[in-house]
Design a binder for this molecule. Sequence first.
Ligand code: PEP
Ligand code: MG
Length: 887
Amino acid sequence: MSKQVYLFGGTARSQDPRSRDKTIVGGKGANLAEMAGIGLPVPPGFTITTEECVRYLAEGGEFSDELKAEVAAALVHIETTVGKKFGDAADPLLVSVRSGARVSMPGMMDTVLNLGLNDVTVQGLATSSGDARFAWDSYRRFIQMYSDVVLGLDHHQFEDALEIAKEDSGYYADVEMQAEDWQVLVGQYNGIVEAALGHPFPQDVHEQLWGAIRAVFDSWDSDRAKVYRRLNDISGDWGTAVNVQAMVFGNMGDTSATGVAFTRDPATGEKAYYGEWLVNAQGEDVVAGIRTPQYLTKASRERAGAKPLSMEEAMPAAFGELAAVFELLEQQYRDMQDIEFTVERGHLWMLQTRSGKRTAKAALKMAVDMTHEGLIDERTAICRVDPMALDQLLHPTLDPEAARDVLGKGLPASPGAASGAIVLDADLAEKLAERGDAVILVRVETSPEDIHGMHAAKGILTARGGMTSHAAVVARGMGRPCVSGASSVSIDMASRTLKIGNRALKEGDLITLDGSTGEIMAGYVPTIEPELVGDFGVLMGWADRHRRMKVRTNAETPADCRTARQFGAEGVGLCRTEHMFFDAARIASVRQMILAEDDGNRRAALAKLLPEQRADFHAIFEVMAGLPVTVRLLDPPLHEFLPHADAEFAELSETIGIGVDTLKRRAAELHEFNPMLGHRGCRLGITFPEIYEMQARALFEAACDVAAQGGEAPVPEVMVPLVATRKELAILKALIDRTAEAVFSEKGARVAYHVGTMIELPRAALMAGEIAEVGEFFSFGTNDLTQTTLGVSRDDAARFLGPYVEQGIFPRDPFVSLDIEGVGQLVEMAVERGRATRPDIKLGICGEHGGDPASIAFCEKVGLDYVSASPYRVPIARLAAAQAALA
Ligand code: PEP
Ligand code: MG
């Protein structure tokens, strides 16, 4: 059996790599050993491994004899280093017992300080330290902490007793309590324990130690730790290590102190020491907020206009030592460190170091600064920044200082934050927005007809729909914050009121959405604007140098294309042409086209749409100058374009000269039970070839026109959606080629173009070898591929996928992060089969997964040529693609 206890501090210098391995001794244990190893002042101690925790929990809470022997030997290491004995009546050794898992789980697991005190050793401590007040204060802290953590007693009882004691003596603060006061309180504390448990507080220091070790192990399985693990993707199998370490005291009078510090500012990334400290206090006083901590540096104190002296001013020598340690630790870890320290009678001790948590802004700044300082290289800098965190930088975010009244929660469908008046329909949203009002469009679900309202709104909230629902996809494209699938929202259109949870609201009421967390809040919450300053561009430049895959964008308006290019898009990977038809001015022609009962009527409608489509493509080709533009032919079910209300039918009848009854009958004929699997995609092109022909014509005419203007010729890629068979694609490719040739001969000029298909049905993936005989490129439409492979409707999934993720059936929402195991196999197969037929086939992804870092890593692995993401996700994709290439 391997060793289960590792020593650190003093003369301990373990060569065993397990002693620095976070998976074995936990993050805290590994870093304590590391700090002691480079000669920093670390109080001696030992770490019991995570393996022992796993065994203990599996074997029903038993300690082995081997472990007991190893711990006994390790205690001797501490005793000889410190020169004190555990349980000694005259000069007792006290220890802390703290948890430390592989990754830090702040506040989730247990800690006990001052262990080793009892009714006898407290007297010894009073004498040996020459400070009776300190000894009794430490003892009362220990009883309270141990009773809470190990004995399971409610800490309020102890806090109440302290409050009463202070009141009785007319004291305001703890510091006024004298040695005798603490001693009296200890007596009361012991009484509380005995009354609750029927036996006195444990006096045997070894029993105390094993009780604390047991409590730390048990805390791994506490409810709060389990919840934290679930929220942070931490495995329940890892277990926690236990660190037992000689106590040092920050509460030994005015030359003692304790504090927490960061080597750089974790909020801004600025290279300035940052932290808080307290004179004559123990660690938990700083975090628990019992006393207001003071500033670490003179500069930060002055900036805050605070009076109490900074550590730099009050303890210059110890501060100087601390600053030197900061530099050493940054050199050692090559990252910003989050540190806990204690000064005991002028002597500095390091209690913890770890890579500190930071905001996105700070992460970016530190990565760039540290590269310039030579601390890390470009590759490390690229990998240091979480691509998803860039979201925080690209959109306005809620002011973290502001108060929030949270009404409910939905899916974080499109990031950013926005406040505005609730508006329940798109027309009104547009009208009010034109007047200058900030509005939030709230709908049960959005349909393409709501586009103008979504565009006019500052944010979008829907009661139904998942992460790839219409609302989510469109909102992300537009860069509008969106919370979708908020099932606690119920809308009553008749009274124009709504409920969110149990709160009643009405149209016009102010709400705030946080599309990054899914939170819905009452009233106005202030936001902070993004700042795309220098560091962002620098890091993106480095990422571009290191990535292999190209990054394109999903965009269908010149404005979105422009935004995407600003963010570095290298082409359009998906231009969803149906979004171009929903324009209020065009919808009548579209409806005429769909409802036409004969070819002539349909062609007349198409003739009206042709110049408009051509203008759309023209504008996009101009913006994308010379870059590839993948135009997808019409995809959605036709009935999405149809009128619903009687008034709309009447209006349409008036416009296109077809009777209301005929229109209604046609609309009823087009009704589908399962439109997602119905008459959509290339099935429209097969049954109504004139629609695709019109689109192809508009596209080639625009391409020729733009090429004729000089400058860089566009590179159109015509993409056929929802293909399942080679023949479908062959028929439609022939139509597209015919149309191209017709346009080229009319124009007397040619442009290069490609025809390809989306792979978004399992059959297409299976038959990719054959389909590649016709298609010159594949773009994986992983939204539909996920929907059809899983048999889960992308529009309805939000209602039941939550519990699926909670129960670990899917690690993450498969519409957000690709189901690599399942859907990924189909992608991989299609890549292989497509390449086998056509070695130079161009391969990309344009489902929402193209903006998800984990999915992007998969795309790199299977060798796609590019990923395509909505404009605001382009930077995320650039960084994630670089990280994937470097992995
Ligand atoms: C897809 O299915 O992944 C895709 C990109 O097409 P859409 O979302 O428009 O169906
Ligand atoms: Mg699709």
